[in-house]
Design a binder for this molecule. Structure first.
Ligand code: SAM
Length: 211
């Protein structure tokens, strides 16, 4: 179902805009994005935009997902945390790209829904934790990589603590309306920051997020 739409998404929204990581492109061709979207909105699943997933939240635009995953550069042996796992789509993609994935989500109905989707797809190397992801996922640390799928005013300290040395954090930093995608690498001398394009995510709420 929707195979053609998914291939078109990969060709025109991702490859044509410069996404070159073959593993990321393959995962986005394999994971059925429409399954993570409520049935009433499924016809929009492969459009070039974010789509509502209920509870005033969204599944991010395919290009932004691909761009952030390419910056994260998941390797097979990595354990990766996604903060703000929403529908579970990015967790499902990561399950194809690394050995273990943990998603943290604060809204209980999204936690239940995303767990059900992962089960339906027989994904066994990923789990969703309910809680405030601005504090990371203390019981599962340390992580090789962390991706944050909601806007943050600044980089939460706990996420840096829970990241392994030389690990990578990809996170949208800015105000509630507009942010920049930041890639932070943890080095012995501190965080090395690189700035990528503009984006617009829903806010990360919580102790180290927006109040
Ligand atoms: N990547 C997700 C997907 O594939 O569906 C989309 C994420 S959506 C843009 C952002 C998510 O972050 C929302 O589901 C929201 O509830 C969640 N969120 C916001 N603040 C959070 C927090 N402090 N801890 C955990 N999740 C949070």
């Amino acid at each position: 179902m929707f195979e053609k739409e998914r291939q078109t998404m990969v060709e025109y929204q991702l490859k044509k805009r410069g996404i070159i990581n073959d593993r990321v492109l393959t995962a986005m061709n394999v994971i059925p994005r429409h399954m993570f979207i409520p049935e009433v909105s499924r016809v929009m699943a492969y459009g070039d935009f974010a789509v509502p997933i209920g509870q005033a939240q969204t599944i991010s635009q395919p290009y932004i997902v691909a761009k952030m995953l390419e910056l994260l550069d998941p390797q097979f042996e990595d354990k990766i945390l996604e903060v703000g796992s929403g529908s579970g789509y990015v967790v499902a993609l990561l399950s194809k790209l690394c050995t273990k994935v943990i998603g943290v989500e604060r809204i209980p109905t999204l936690v239940t829904g995303s767990r059900a989707k992962l089960k339906e797809l027989k994904i066994t190397n990923a789990g969703i934790v309910e809680g405030d992801g601005s504090l990371g996922a203390i019981h599962y640390q340390p992580f090789n990589k962390i991706i944050v799928s909601a806007a943050c005013p600044e980089i939460p300290e706990d996420l840096v603590t829970q990241l392994k040395m030389n690990g990578t954090l990809v996170i949208p930093i800015g105000d509630r309306m507009k942010q920049k995608i930041i890639k932070a690498t943890k080095t012995p001398k501190g965080l090395k920051l690189e700035e990528y394009g503009d984006c617009s995510f829903v806010p990360l709420l919580g102790l180290a997020g927006f109040k």
